[in-house]
Design a protein around this ligand. Structure first.
Ligand code: TYD
Ligand code: MG
Length: 454
């Protein structure tokens, strides 16, 4: 008997090489090569090129009937929003997230709601039917009508799907599924890719929506090859901070809607509850004024969100002071510190600077710049900022404070939550001002700092 051929494939990019190496030649990642059995050289599905007879010619875009993508509501408005207004028939949605974050709970709830009007199917390779039923009973959503199948082999689940004709299918999770065409173990690069590709095709031909659950690696990427993200129509991440009951779902890719939208849930005894007005949940409501904390108003998707930025400036014991960030880019912090030094006259040589964005929120927006700088300054001087102060605005390299989109809306949201003073870029406040709020409009970092002093 001949030995099975072995190759080493990268678990991140899928690049294969005949020899093991510490570093992948394809993507440069370290320690990602894993042993995989080599597939037979010819693809069993390859049947030669088709002749020209019976093939469809290309169509001009103007001649395509303009049918609006039919959308199904999942019954969870927060999830619908992130999907771009509901689930599109024929599309595949990948949901990634850490184990235990609530992916299975979220999808079971959505299926429970959907099952009232649509035919759904929940396929689980992780839990037994009894386990899922037990979980379903605990949820406040009625899941009794949800058909469940415990299956991992693609060859056995596809016939069920084809016979049952569901409109929405959940596969929990793609890493447990395997196809018998390949010899490699479930969860390996080739298995994940092949199973996902098959289901994506099935979704398109049958006009059903498919949810794939994917595990996330330590580094935060969806395990398996990156190609998984390219194959599907929508990639959602389900995240939450350890110890917090709030869960945030965001789209990182969406062919049928905007990315950057945010859905917020709270994990409760009875499953996930939607948080309809999440703008202030990430503020830590501290009783005492502490230095090093500033509040800014971000916009996540179409909603304003009040977020606390914390900074700690401390004398360093290292030759190269540390710049550590959680929730924002370290390079951006380095840039802001340089601007603060050069245009604010605040030297931070010999100081470690740590910045944390509270609640697991990410400062993807430059609107957070001003708050970061103020938090750093407050920690350095050990002077708390006024408790009722919000600040937002982008900082440029020349020390100017630039306006950000939707200034008025941000200010109104802050006013709603009891903030009384604001430092914002020029032109970002409405002409008539905002009732009950004192707004300082600044053009430069210097001006912003003098507002604080004065
Ligand atoms: P789960 O959906 O199994 O996570 P995933 O599929 O992402 O791995 O969620 C499991 C966690 O959720 C578990 O730690 C318990 C918690 N949970 C609740 O707090 N309330 C509930 O009603 C349910 C079903 C789960
Ligand atoms: Mg699960």
């Amino acid at each position: 008997m001949s030995r099975a051929k072995i190759a080493y494939s990268c678990s991140q990019c899928g690049h294969t090489s005949p020899k093991w190496a510490g570093r992948c030649l394809g993507c440069g990642a370290w320690g990602t090569l894993v042993e995989t059995a080599l597939e037979p050289p010819t693809n069993p599905r390859f049947s030669g090129f088709a002749g020209s007879a019976g093939l469809e010619p290309p169509v001009a875009l103007g001649e395509v009937a303009a049918e609006v993508a039919a959308r199904l509501s999942t019954g969870l408005t927060e999830l619908d929003r992130v999907l771009g207004g509901g689930l599109v028939k024929g599309s595949t949605v990948l949901i990634g997230g850490d184990p235990g974050i609530g992916k299975s709970t979220l999808l079971l709830q959505a299926m429970g709601m959907l099952s009232a009007q649509h035919k759904v199917l929940y396929i689980s390779g992780e839990e037994s039917v009894a386990q899922i039923s037990l979980r379903g009973r605990r949820l406040y959503v009625d899941c009794r009508q949800v058909p469940v199948l415990a299956e991992t082999a693609l060859e056995r689940m596809v016939p069920v799907i084809e016979a049952y004709h569901p409109e929405v299918v959940v596969l929990d999770s793609i890493q447990t599924a395997y196809t018998e065409i390949l010899n490699s173990a479930p969860g390996s690069v080739s298995q994940v890719r092949e199973c996902a590709a098959h289901l994506v095709r099935l979704a398109k031909t049958r006009q059903m929506a498919v949810f794939l659950v994917g595990h996330v690696t330590k580094e935060g990427a969806i395990a398996g090859p990156r190609v998984l993200e390219h194959m599907v129509d929508t990639v959602l991440y389900f995240e939450g901070e350890a110890g917090s009951r709030f869960r945030v779902i965001r789209a990182v890719k969406n062919r049928f809607g905007a990315t950057g939208e945010l859905g917020v849930f709270a994990m409760t005894e009875g499953g996930l509850k939607e948080v309809k007005n999440p703008s202030a949940i990430f503020l830590s409501r501290q009783q005492v004024d502490t230095p090093g904390s500033a509040v800014c108003v971000l916009r996540e998707g179409s909603r304003p969100l009040l977020v606390e930025v914390q900074a700690l400036v401390d004398e360093t014991s290292l030759a190269n002071p540390r710049r550590v960030t959680v929730g924002m880019e370290a390079n951006r912090l380095a840039m802001l510190l340089a601007v603060l030094h050069r245009h604010g006259g605040v030297p931070l040589v010999g100081q470690d600077v740590f910045v944390n964005v509270v609640g697991g929120v990410r400062l993807n927006e430059t609107a957070g710049d001003l708050a970061v700088v103020l938090a750093v300054l407050s920690s350095l001087r050990e002077k708390p900022l006024p408790k009722d102060l919000v600040a937002f605005g982008e900082l440029g390299l020349t020390g100017e404070v630039r306006p950000v989109p939707h200034g008025e809306e941000r200010l109104r949201e802050a006013a709603k939550h009891g903030f009384k003073t604001a430092i914002v870029p020029c032109h970002n406040a409405p002409k008539g001002g905002i009732a009950g709020m004192e707004i300082a409009q600044v053009k430069t970092l210097k001006e912003a700092l003098s507002v604080l002093r004065g």
